[in-house]
Write a protein that binds this ligand. Structure first.
Ligand SMILES: Cc1cc2nc3c(=O)[nH]c(=O)nc-3n(C[C@H](O)[C@H](O)[C@H](O)COP(=O)(O)OP(=O)(O)OC[C@H]3O[C@@H](n4cnc5c(N)ncnc54)[C@H](O)[C@@H]3O)c2cc1C
Length: 414
């Protein structure tokens, strides 16, 4: 009689990008996976997201690349406007983002969450409208109680619950220790495409303020985006939509161009994503039988455009690290093989990221001069950080080596 080892039972908190991607790979590696999501269903809103570099290999290995290529937005133009609505310059978006034409993907966030969910929903248990109430680790497992009632024991628990992760708070303590605020807040919400925009973004700026409209196609709706400098994080606004709307209305009160219409749309929108622009930086992402991934562990901020790609790559590397190891060995391999990639991408801020949103008139004039110069460059340069990790192959072991750099499998390129 053949005896097989019992499948390890694992819980993932959060069903956005990192959670379902990890669920897919852990299931493929033979784990019994449960995902708990506090929202009642998948949340599909938000600004379009980028999948680049190594993350493309992850979605390719999941068999999702053709579907995501079909969903590619093909943004053709990025137009910058002065405070009075006059044009600064119009560019190909890749000149600013460092994306690679014909390879990198830009898709609606909901198209990616749908694809990930559909890839895994038949093999994995999803608990919507619920969340973890308590986590209690022992040598034998993690005892979890759920807010919706009931308790279970898992071999491992994973926090894929975003920038303001409750899993991180429960295991590692308050967010303030890890949150590196970058001095801005932003809101994203849908509104009517009254300007007839198509496959393009138009961005208006004054010092410390930006308003953009993003048209993914010839659709009736655009994504509105408001970004503003704020010296301290407005802690009272997080989790309080009314305070968020009041804060934004105050900041943009005298703004020109389409901003009054955007503020009206904000007032009426019921699907607003508001957050601080910041990074999560932690010395360790794992503790005992609990590991963090995605924004919960290493949010890079939208200024890098790499949040989704880090979540996808992190999910793959974490599952691959655990494939033939216990939690202690697997978590050590995950930390070791993935950190350099994460750091390189987080460090993209400061190399052209926040400089898109200058806070003084002088810095804005300099930015505009730089952007006008970019429009004369024929080929934008790709960013090496996006592809600076080679995924281990399905049969490879994610190796740990002494020294600072991982080697052949899960290797980093400079
Ligand atoms: C609705 C939405 C819109 C977004 N829009 C943008 C945007 O416009 N621009 C941008 O830069 N980034 C946006 N993001 C964040 C972006 O998705 C992430 O930066 C990136 O894709 C990494 O994904 P993640 O899965 O690690 O985290 P996230 O995408 O933040 O997902 C975290 C998930 O965990 C769930 N969750 C949170 N707390 C708990 C809990 N206690 N228990 C169970 N589940 C929990 C959340 O509902 C969410 O589904 C958005 C996220 C969401 C959820």
């Amino acid at each position: 009689m053949t005896r097989t080892a019992p499948r390890r039972k694992v819980l993932i908190s959060g069903a956005s990008i990192a959670g379902p991607a990890l669920a897919y790979w852990l299931n493929r590696h033979g784990h019994e996976v449960t995902v708990v999501e506090k929202a009642g269903a998948l949340r599909s809103g938000g600004y379009p997201i980028d999948v680049r570099g190594t993350a493309l290999d992850v979605v390719d290995r999941m068999g999702l690349l053709p579907r995501l290529r079909d969903a590619h937005i093909d943004l053709r133009r990025l137009t910058f406007l002065n405070g009075d609505g006059s044009e600064v310059t119009s560019l190909h978006p890749h000149a600013v983002t460092g994306g690679i034409e014909g390879r990198d993907l830009e898709i609606r966030r909901g198209d990616l969450t749908d694809a990930l969910y559909e890839a895994v929903r038949d093999d994995v248990e999803f608990l919507f409208n619920d969340s973890v109430a308590t986590l209690d680790q022992s040598a034998h497992g993690v005892d979890v109680t759920f807010r919706g009632g009931g308790s279970r024991t898992f071999d491992m628990v994973f926090g894929a619950d975003g920038m303001h992760s409750a899993t991180r708070k429960a295991i590692f303590g308050p967010e303030e220790q890890f949150h590196h605020y970058l001095g801005y807040c932003f809101a994203v919400f849908p509104m009517r495409n009254t300007l007839g925009l198509s496959h393009e973004t138009v961005m208006w700026n004054t010092p410390g303020r930006a308003a953009a409209l993003y048209a993914t196609g010839d659709t009736d709706e655009v994504h509105a985006f408001l970004n503003f400098a704020q010296p301290e994080p407005p802690f009272d606004a997080f989790g309080d939509p009314q305070t968020q709307r009041e804060l934004i209305a105050k900041v943009f009160a005298d703004a020109g161009w389409q901003v009054p219409a955007i503020l009206t749309a904000l007032h009426d929108a019921d699907d607003v994503f508001f957050d601080a622009v910041g990074q999560i930086r932690m010395p360790r992402w794992t503790s005992g039988r609990v590991a963090l991934l995605g924004d919960a562990a290493y949010a890079p901020s939208f200024l890098t455009g790499q949040g989704t790609s880090l979540a996808l790559v992190g999910a793959y590397m974490l599952a691959a690290s655990l494939a033939d190891r216990d939690h202690a060995g697997g978590f050590a391999a995950y930390e070791h093989t993935t950190r350099d990639f994460v750091t390189r991408n987080q460090n993209l801020v400061g190399k052209g990221g926040a400089t898109l949103f200058p806070t003084t008139a002088e810095a804005l004039a300099q930015r505009n001069a730089r952007l006008r110069g970019l429009s004369t460059l024929p080929v934008p340069e790709p960013r090496p950080a996006h592809s600076s990790l080679t995924l281990p192959g399905p049969g490879d072991r994610v190796t740990r080596r002494s020294g600072s750099r991982p080697s052949h499998n899960g290797s980093c390129r400079s």
